[in-house]
Design a binder for this molecule. Structure first.
Ligand code: FAD
Length: 318
């Protein structure tokens, strides 16, 4: 069976959920070979093996922490030479997409970004994408070189699938460009204790209907009762009620959670662009004609100031 390279996104050895999702998808098209780089790379092996990695290629070097993406591209290129994989899968983060684009250029390969599903095909992996502000779903495959595919978080369920997970040291020679850009400092964001918006399994969002920064407390309370991330429409962000880092939509973040709850959001096309691939969509809106109701699985016509606190209490009581 062909091997599939999976780039491992981890923090000091703790593997992030989108990588485990990639392992689920990789198993559909071949045998996953994980590539873990930087501090704690070796510590990822047990988790990766539990989720189907037949092999884990590791390389620890200071370059991965001090420099931006090029050392990681060098390492993936070295792994590609060692394995000759059927595809390379990378999480669709900002960093992941830059790594993937640079790797595809070096390999002379085609690239597919922001896939939301992946299946085996007669002529190579077939990726599903949601395009043009989520108006269309397309299926495509790479016709040149080794397919390099980035996959959006929450595109697949994480499945345990114990495999050998044999750990091998990867031999990497860094290119001259590897040290071209240096990280000069990091300012960690103050933690809210909530999951990262683009990776969260549940997102609770508020819009103009929330009517004030202080009222976002009821959106946050619902989010916290569900262990969810908080999102906001651009109208709410532009009004200064919630930070831009939480904006969902065409000019904000693109999310694809299992459950998306929109409160006081009308459902403009630019908002839909960032959430339409959510698996289950629930909306609370006092206007029965609001366009958001065209795409919901469950809609509540009502005042969010009545409905959302009741929902929070009901969930807390369970
Ligand atoms: P509104 O459209 O004003 O809707 C508010 C809704 O709240 C209404 O449906 C109303 O019935 C309901 N409501 C009011 N009070 C209550 C209540 N008490 N209880 C229940 N419901 C209530 N928008 C984004 O969100 N993300 C983007 O990334 C984005 N990018 C854009 C890019 C461009 C180039 C442009 C032109 C626009 C973009 N927009 C984006 C803006 C978008 O067009 C809409 O203006 C915006 O999404 C509207 O936000 P909203 O739904 O919160 O507000």
């Amino acid at each position: 069976m062909a091997e599939v390279l999976v780039y491992v996104d981890h923090v000091d050895g703790a593997v992030r959920k989108p990588t485990l999702e990639l392992l689920t998808l990789a198993r559909r098209i071949g045998e996953p070979v994980a590539v873990a780089l930087g501090n704690g790379a070796g510590d990822t092996a047990a988790t990766l093996a539990e989720h189907g990695a037949v092999k884990v290629l590791t390389h620890e070097a200071a370059e991965y922490a001090d420099y931006l993406v090029v050392p990681k591209v060098d390492a993936l290129q070295a792994a590609h030479e060692a394995v000759s994989p059927a595809a390379v899968l990378v999480p669709s983060s900002a960093e992941g997409k830059e790594i993937a684009a640079r790797l595809a250029l070096r390999l002379g390969s085609g690239i597919i970004t922001d896939a939301v599903d992946l299946e085996a095909g007669d002529e190579g992996p077939v990726a599903t994408q949601s395009v043009f502000a989520a108006s269309y779903t397309t299926k495509s495959r790479v016709s040149k070189g080794t397919p390099v595919i980035t996959v959006k978080p929450n595109s697949a369920a994480v499945e345990a699938a114990p495999a050998a997970g044999a750990v091998e040291a990867l031999s990497v020679t860094f290119s001259a460009q590897a040290t071209g850009t240096k990280v000069t400092g990091r300012t960690p964001r103050e933690s809210t204790g909530r999951p990262e918006l683009t990776e969260a399994a549940i997102v609770v969002s508020g819009g103009r209907g929330v009517n004030g920064a202080e009222n976002f407390a009821i959106i946050e309370a619902l989010a916290d009762s569900l262990g969810a991330a908080v999102g906001a429409s651009r109208a709410a962000v532009d009004a200064g009620w919630y930070p831009h880092t939480n904006q969902v939509g065409q000019t904000g973040k693109s999310v694809s959670p299992q459950l998306y709850i929109a409160s006081g959001i009308s459902g403009a096309i630019q908002h839909r662009a960032g959430m339409q691939t959510s698996k289950t969509i629930v909306a609370v809106n006092k206007d029965a004609e609001a366009p958001i109701f065209e795409l919901v699985d469950y809609g509540v016509v009502g005042d969010l100031f009545d409905v959302v606190p009741q929902l929070t209490e009901e969930i807390k009581a369970r």
